[in-house]
Design a protein around this ligand. Structure first.
Ligand code: ADP
Length: 241
């Protein structure tokens, strides 16, 4: 692990995530649902389908269409967020769909649609990761056959430290250079497939050297393995109840 003097604002170790909580079956009207949180970032996901896709011209005769909608609720951030889709939520919705698609057997359900709605109740960075984790559990809860789960976590470089699960204060980390404040945080959201370990999401906002990126991915993978166990426990719990 990188040697650095950087101290995390909440006192965590570099390889420590915030408190992870997961619950399945929280929305009775949905075919599948779940909640997932990383500390102050809390997401809920509801899955509907597979059901026939209307209008018909949008159907794919080869496979089911996966639609994902990610949004943050107006009260999820300190200053009210304007409701409705924006460039950021459209981008995150698309990346979420790409992160989840590899574990679903979409070819089994031609002409249908699966809708995944992800709402962020509280935002303190890494919300796309919390949303993907909630959605992955909600898809399993909907009874869809999946070979593996998707587990997402952010990593990054804060100052000269490689850390896992960035909070908002870390995402906004700045240093002073020649009296001018400059951003010194690199945010790397990742998603891993739980059995194969394959990566289904990688984004990067900031600067990082190739060897540091390798370190960040390894740190993320280790954290994701632990998070997968929390997701599995939550899925088992709802089946026992
Ligand atoms: P992620 O939440 O996946 O890290 P971003 O990096 O785009 O995605 O956002 C980081 C954080 O910035 C969010 O989790 C949230 O805390 C904050 N944020 C994003 N959009 C807004 C907004 N419109 N108003 C206030 N805070 C926001």
């Amino acid at each position: 692990m990188t040697k650095s003097t950087y101290k995390r604002p909440d006192g965590r170790e570099y390889d420590e995530t915030r408190k992870v909580e997961a619950e399945v079956g929280i929305i009775k009207n949905a075919d599948g649902s779940a909640m997932f949180s990383f500390g102050g970032s809390k997401a809920i996901a509801a899955v509907y389908g597979p059901r026939q896709l209307h209008p018909q011209h949008m159907q794919d005769p080869e496979q089911c269409v996966l639609r994902c909608i990610y949004d943050m609720l107006p009260f999820s951030v300190p200053e009210r967020k304007r409701p409705g889709p924006a460039r950021r939520s459209v981008e995150i919705s698309y990346m979420t769909k790409k992160a989840l698609e590899p574990v679903l057997h979409l070819k089994s359900f031609p002409n249908t649609v699966i809708d995944v709605y992800i709402m962020i109740l509280q935002a303190d960075a890494s919300t796309r990761c919390a949303g993907i984790n909630a959605a992955s559990m909600a898809l399993a809860n909907a009874g869809l056959s999946m070979n593996e789960l998707v587990t997402s976590v952010s990593t990054g470089k804060i100052g000269d430290a490689i850390v896992v699960d960035l909070c908002k204060e870390e995402e906004d980390y700045k240093i002073k250079k020649d009296g001018i404040e400059i951003k010194a945080a690199t945010d790397i959201p990742l998603a891993f497939l739980s059995r194969s370990g394959k990566i289904s999401l990688i984004q990067l906002d900031g600067n990082i050297k190739p060897e540091e990126l390798k370190e960040a991915i390894a740190l993320g993978k280790k954290a994701a393995e632990k998070i997968t166990q929390v997701q599995i426990q939550a899925l088992k719990k709802v089946n026992e109840d």
